[in-house]
Design a protein. Sequence first.
Lengths: 355, 333, 349
Amino acid sequence: MRALLRRAPLAASTLVVASAVAVAACSSSGSATPSSSSSSSGSGSSTAKTGLKIFVIPKNLGNPYFTTADSKGTGGALAAISALGDSGTETSGTAATSASQIPAIQAAITKGANALVVSATDPTALCPTLNGAIKRKIPVVTYDSDAPSCRSLFINQASTSAIGTSEVDLLAKQIGDSGEIGIVSAAASATNQNAWIGYMKTELAKYPKIKLVATVYGNDDPATATQVTQGLLEQYPNLKGIISPTTVGILAAAGVLDSAKYRGKVMLTGLGTPDSMKKYVSDGTVKAFELWNPANLGYLAGYAAADIAGGTLKVTQGATFTAGKLGQFTIGADNTVLLGPPTVFDSANINNFNF
Amino acid sequence: MRWETGLVVVVIAIAIMGSSLSPQFLTANNFFNLGLNNGEIAIMALPMALIIISGEIDLSVESTLGMSSAVLGVLWADHWPMLAIFVVVAVVGALAGAINGLLVTRVGLPSLAVTIGTLALYRGIALILLGPRTVANFPTIYTNVGIVAIPHTDLPYSIGIFIVLAVIFAIVLHATPFGRSIYAMGDNAEAAMFAGLRVKRIKTTLFIVSGVASALAGVLFTFRLNTAVQDNGTGLSLDVVAIVLLAGVSIFGGKGSIGGVFLAVLAFAGLQNALLLTNFNQEATGLVTGGLLLVSVFVPNAAMFVRSIRRAVTRMTRRMPSEPALSMPRKDT
Amino acid sequence: MTATLAPHREPGSPAPASSRRLADRVFRIREFGIVAVLVVFVAVTASIQSRFLSSTNIQFILVDATIFALLALGETIVVISRNVDLSVGSVLGLSAFLTARLASNTHGLPLPLVFLAGIGIGLLCGIVNGLMVTIGRVPSLVVTLATLYIIRGADVLIVGGGQVVPSSYYPSFLTISKATVAGIPDLAIVVAVVIAGGAYWLRTYRSGRELYAIGSNPDAARLAGIPMGRRVFTAFALSGAIAGVAGVLWASRYGTVDSTAGTSYELQVVAAVVVGGVAIFGGSGSVVGAAIGALLLQTINSALYVLGVSPNWDQAIAGFLLILAIVLDRLISLRLTASLRRRSARRGA
């Protein structure tokens, strides 16, 4: 019955990236060196203008992933902005649709924003509004989900190809390089999901004995994701593994597999947050999965936006800047900055993470 | 006090509140944005008002919007000329409305149930047409409706269209026999039928008008965002109904005015915008919208409310004296 | 289920035996109709994909359907009295989050108290709805449309960007929805008993039957001295409390709860009720029918997933089936009225 009146897909929580193209090219150019001392950041912002108004606009409010990425308490975007002496505000609509996000962007511009940090609900629909900001010399930094033709800089959480290939490799190891597998995605129209799945298919060519039998869509709704996973398992009784590159999908799939019938027999990997998956890793339902740190993604985006607005960072390919605790980054092709490789979580390390 | 007078007071209060909380509230640029974000809802509210006055409801408008957007996207991607697409989209909207109208009037089904069904059906058709695709390469001359104001004004095109339509709807509803018959059938469908009014035909016409208006809203929505995706417009139906109820249109039918709708659009849009410009917690916007709706129905009932409480207290009886207010008008067949 | 046909007639009233027999027969047909659709649908699906009837899949369907069947029970009670409750999805969401938090390790409230809390939260919302409809005399569609916004707004405000995840519950909370007896989920058995209880109350008890009278003809009901305010108020309170319980079950079933749980469920629940043969203008229908309606919609949904039908099609199919269901129901009841009229005409002559 979920399908009867499906709500607008909250694709946001799946960490949707819009630009698949630019990413492969620049995956080598971004270099995160967490060891670098935070004092080096001072050199950038000492001459910078401070007291700027910077608005952080996630796809929607009330979304746990973006709350982690944006909040001051988690060390996200607002933490970086206030560390540089600027004032940050998080705002957005309550639904992850462009029609709901656009009024918040307009209001931010009206309120005299000096920079915008935006996770785009749609790669094109925001452009009239965002171009309006750029025309007024307000830098626009996108993070998590890009709007390639109407932003100054995109902070990419992880290389698209790396996500796609590493998840296939993780699963292949768990199922012994052979058997039927399925994918539980978010919305059928989620650009980054489809980009990742594209790379997964390429990588699967290396494993001739693994067969991808179906891709199903849970729309980032726990109930729908649960049902499509159930349907997948019933339709393919010999299924050996599932990849779910969305935090909502992997949790729902883990909930279905968390029974004597499936535990240890159907493997699951994908993108998930360590806090939410701890139960399933400790009881053996899930062996390993991966994700970047959303707070670091937000922090980097906030830092870059403040630096650009403050006049200490010019957006050109090859330019470098130091983002506080995260170290030094380089702007790659298509004005994209790469956060770094994702972290793989398993029973050995999952308790060291808290997000 | 007339309902509209009360709404004027509300609109003025919101304007004062907005401008005192934010210096940008009463600027031309903000007015443009405010209008832009609410143009489609406003356009759909006009036929919705007529339908509710006639004693029915149409919950499928958001899906008709989405389906029209999908048709527009698919045909444009197929390199159809834009003029031909407009004709097709208008026909699709009219058909969607006609299906609603015929199921309600000829089969005799309650409009609430029918339009919940077509809410799913029309959205489903949008999903079949577009699937996961996004069509985004519309020509600038059309997508400018989302950027450019009508020359010599600060109004976006969608609001210009709304104003023109509002005048037409007001004339039809308040100054023609057709309009008077809408009130008559909302008051008492049986009496209207015995009086010789073609109730079924008029109601079908209203649903068709609603379908076409939603299709128009779908075109404006698509061009404004330069995006045709299958979920365009989800969640707008209840907003439209909320505006119409705020306008003083009775859910039982037979009461309401276009002037009220116009003022309700101003109040609704102004309030949402004021909340965005102040540092009000955006997550609580629903609280304010719902609260406004409740206040709007409670104020006229206040006298009755006080009386019934007083009666309940004085009688000191366990039995509640009041009867429940009914949720819906009776079936008219 | 005489209630479905002639709610205004007391069960013991001296109706002529012949028309009673006919009514009984048609009744059986009417309830039989939706069951038949269900059976045919299951048979066709199973013939294409035999695993549709596997014990795990049946368990999945039953557990998912129980939550909607519960909501449909509360909604039916309200709809029978010629009202509607659009706030159930928001009530479910609020209850799901708050009780999930109570069931988390940090609070560790015992299970019975978690359910009590769910009932309490729902009851509170239902009472507010009921008071505004009865004492405030505001149409229920408007009241519950407003509380749909308001309760969801309160939910979002409380939850913020937070969520409760499966790892944070004590283990017995998640197993509520997984335990089975002879292959049938405990949850489905309990909910079936609750629905049977609801059906018995509506059929047999004066307070239940008076709801039919109110929905059938409010003026006549008032003249007959039925305490309308109290009855309708009770209906809303019940609907709220049931939605509160459904929230607890939702949290247990799906584990992950944020501020969006239950969004847009209200229209799906109304759809289940309508498909189940409950008249949207009150006075007629049974909770058993509504529960089967919920089960049917859930089965259709599951079948589309299990058959691997392109996800692009499922919503259109569901919408089409919903319209088909209400059209068929209308045609059957038209035929019924016609045959009853013929009979009474013959008797009159």
